[in-house]
Design a protein around this ligand. Structure first.
Ligand code: 8IG
Length: 269
């Protein structure tokens, strides 16, 4: 087995080969990564062909956070083959950036041409109550972590596809857009850090997605990012943030998020 850290593309090809063997599906079309609060939405995406622990694929680290399920599912959505990761690897787990993007690279090696990346996050706009989905229009890679190696100059001007954002708004016309600022975590922000993000033009704060979006773009995929605001950003309510609250907001929003993702998938093909 090749470690993603040693040779990311060879490791992704090995995982894609195992995926084809375990699912009987030679080619997937779309990858969906379900982050915090999104896993309960998985059943709405289509008919499950097969599901197994992500660690059955080579190169994947076991999940460490509660609510990050660590399973992978092959779904048939009216003939569109959807590869769903229920949970993801985060940078703060310490397995390195190659492990963080291994799912996206595996999906690319399995044939996926588009990626729907979801996450749970904090919101800076007070009109976004917990449970509000927001489309990612752009991101700020606050600490610069990248899956690219060497002089790999990749255009990021339209990283989060305008076309897919328009399709998502057809599915749910109430969707707002935001700018996702990524922190390493795992601690939540201080109020001063949230003031910094606001000054920089960020409106969403989280600990994921950015490296996956970059790797997806490197692989030539079209990217849709959707954040579920599960809590107002630190210092905005006078209350401390809790992971339990985040999971509860996800469970409460699950059916709406499922309908939204199914609506996007239906319009993509
Ligand atoms: I869910 O408020 C979730 N993830 N950085 N800040 C950061 N990550 C998050 C938050 C938050 N909520």
């Amino acid at each position: 087995m090749t470690e993603p850290r040693e040779n990311p593309s060879a490791a992704a090809q090995e995982a894609a080969d195992t995926l084809a063997r375990l699912t009987g599906v030679q080619q997937h079309d779309v990858v969906v990564v379900l982050g915090s609060g999104w896993v309960p939405a998985a059943d709405a995406l289509g008919t499950t062909v097969v599901e197994f622990p992500v660690t059955d694929l080579p190169g994947f680290a076991p999940p460490s956070a509660v609510g990050h399920a660590g399973r992978v599912r092959s779904v048939d959505a009216d003939g569109v083959r959807v590869l769903v990761f229920l949970g993801r690897t985060h940078l703060y787990e310490g397995h390195g950036v190659e492990a963080v993007v291994h799912a996206v690279r595996t999906a690319a090696a399995a044939g996926c041409r588009s990626a729907i990346l979801t996450n749970g996050c904090g919101g800076l706009d007070p009109s976004w109550s917990p449970g509000t989905p927001v489309l990612i229009r752009d991101h700020i890679n606050l600490f610069g972590a990248t899956p690219l190696r060497g002089a790999t100059f990749i255009d990021m001007t339209d990283l989060y596809s305008k076309r897919l954002r328009a399709l998502a708004k057809e599915a749910d016309p109430t969707l707002d857009e935001g700018v996702y600022a990524q922190f390493l975590g795992p601690q939540y922000e201080t109020p001063a850090e949230i003031a910094m993000v606001r000054a920089l033009g960020g409106t969403l704060v989280g600990m994921s997605t950015v490296q996956e979006a970059i790797a997806a773009r490197e692989a030539g995929m079209e990217v849709l990012g959707v954040s579920l605001v599960t809590n107002m950003a630190a210092g905005m309510t006078g209350e401390p943030l809790s992971h339990a609250e985040v999971l509860a907001a996800g469970n409460a929003a699950a059916s709406r998020m499922g309908t939204l993702l199914a609506g996007v998938l239906r319009r993509m093909h």
